[in-house]
Design a protein. Structure first.
Length: 139
């Protein structure tokens, strides 16, 4: 007969779980680094601004305007026509229109006409809400 003292103690080896956690940490650290390197350096206007989250947005479109008035997305040069196609609302899975959160990062020395042309193009493609990125004062 086996007594309570003879029962083998159940133990768990946490080493595989710790290995998985470390791999996840490394993955997220590297992927966040890649996301920040895709954004081109832009000299943003120094303003107080405010934190906003565009409710109902399915994805985020980050548009850069450099000091010469050229447009780019993810470091790749684009035209106004392609920007309006990228930002246009699309039918979502439930039949409603899925929209992108459009954020414009305009260099503070870019011509205002470039920003006006972009605003007209976004309005023409059905984008009702978009925001301009700023550098908070004091940074």
């Amino acid at each position: 007969m086996v007594g309570p003292d003879d029962a083998a103690e159940a133990s768990f080896d946490l080493t595989p779980m710790i290995d998985v956690i470390f791999l996840l940490i490394i993955f997220f650290m590297l992927s966040s680094q890649f996301a920040s390197t895709e954004a081109r350096p832009v000299d943003l206007p120094r303003e107080s601004g405010m934190e906003t989250a565009l409710e109902g947005a399915e994805s985020k479109l980050l548009i850069d305007i450099d000091r010469d008035g050229a447009y780019s997305v993810m470091g790749e040069p684009v035209t106004l026509e392609s920007l309006s196609r990228m930002a246009a609302p699309r039918p979502g899975p439930s039949g409603s229109m899925a929209r992108s959160a459009v954020v414009v990062r305009a260099d503070r020395s870019c011509p205002a006409s470039a920003l006006n042309r972009l605003a007209d193009s976004l309005a023409g493609s059905g984008v009702e809400h978009w925001s301009i990125a700023v550098m908070p004062e004091g940074r």
